[in-house]
Design a protein around this ligand. Sequence first.
Ligand SMILES: [Fe+2]
Length: 116
Amino acid sequence: METPKNLLKGYIGESLAISRYQIYSSIAEAEKFIYVAKYFREVIENEKKHAEIFANFIKKLEIEPAEVEVKAPIKFGSTAENLRYAVEGRSGRQRSSTRQPQKLLKRRVSRRWLRE
Ligand SMILES: [Fe+2]
């Protein structure tokens, strides 16, 4: 009984991530951090693919809708803060796409570079 609920949780988690990164991308664009906004849009595309994977399993296994408990992080602020939240939200998971926010934070780049 846990697998269907975990698949539903996975789908919801990926869907929430899409929404969260859309907010981050909009904020980065408003702050003229075009490079970071583009990065967040790339992450959105990845999250869409992840959501589709869960959705396909849910469909194939004919999983019925069910109540599930999910953690819904909704922290957002400036672009610098959002990059930090992106890293925090992914701590413990080491996938290649998740290391990118950490690289952006660690790199010593000027604000001008981020806007190019
Ligand atoms: Fe994902």
